[in-house]
Design a protein around this ligand. Structure first.
Ligand code: URA
Length: 244
């Protein structure tokens, strides 16, 4: 009889304890998906801060002669957590005047290309191989590329884009360390290697918008659009229908 009373008392205690502890929930408790989102937001904020610091460093850079001929350095801009990173050649006159990438005529065409992809400028990151304008918009020199390369490498490392779109021969050749022509490079994916132990990033090479403006043929437009469609497909993004 005594034993039975003991057993029911133990069972009651057990049930009470179960009920008591079941009522708790952590303040601000989040599910796994939300937790991941919060982590991603924190990582993006940290990356944005580091990109900001890098931009300040670029603003002080005098590693090559362009540091003294520029009006403004053009570090790059956009979403620190971008899935797509566009990399051009070097700032032109319009960019040098305001310190922002792709704001002139070539930039307006790039904006249209981004919009045709169903994206906004703020969804992507836009940078250049050279952060300062070469006088008279001449081609970048090898010594300038060597001096400036660590900046775009660091930006890629911080942003960790899923795809880099290299705009034109200078960007594609520099990032892929090749001497092939843009005609040979465009239209298929390559891999950008940041170095030993780093995950390679997919790279699509395509024509530079400034080239497209000079040679605005239906054929060239179609090629750039085909290159961008491959990028969208690779990212699992929908391909917008043409409006006209
Ligand atoms: N061309 C480039 O390559 N970059 C710019 O920022 C503008 C024009």
């Amino acid at each position: 009889m005594e034993d039975r009373a003991k057993i029911s008392s133990v069972i009651r205690q057990h049930l009470e304890a179960e009920e008591f502890f079941a009522g708790f929930s952590l303040r601000g408790q989040v599910d796994a998906g939300e937790f991941q989102e919060q982590e991603d937001d924190m990582a993006a904020a940290q990356r944005a801060g580091e990109l900001e610091k890098l931009a300040e460093e670029i603003g002080q850079c005098r590693k090559c002669g362009l540091g003294s001929s520029r009006t403004n350095a053009v570090p790059g801009e956009g979403n620190a957590g971008a899935r797509i990173m566009f990399v051009g050649e070097a700032p032109g006159g319009d960019e040098d005047a305001v310190g922002r990438p792709f704001v002139g005529r070539a930039g307006q065409l790039l904006d249209k290309i981004i919009a045709a992809c169903g994206l906004k400028r703020g969804d992507v990151y836009i940078g250049n191989i050279l952060k300062c304008r070469p006088p008279e918009n001449r081609d970048p020199r090898a010594d300038e590329i060597v001096a400036c390369l660590p900046y775009i490498q660091k930006q890629i490392e911080l942003i960790q884009p899923e795809i880099i779109v290299a705009l034109g021969a200078h960007a594609a050749r520099t990032l892929l360390d090749t001497t092939k022509s843009i005609g040979q490079l465009r239209g298929h994916f390559h891999e950008y290697f940041a170095g030993l132990g780093q995950v390679p990033v997919k790279l699509m090479a395509t024509y530079h918008p400034a080239f497209l403006l000079r040679s605005y043929s239906p054929e060239n437009r179609r090629r750039v659009w085909e290159d961008m469609q491959k990028v969208l497909t690779e990212l699992g993004l929908p391909i917008p229908e043409r409006q006209n």
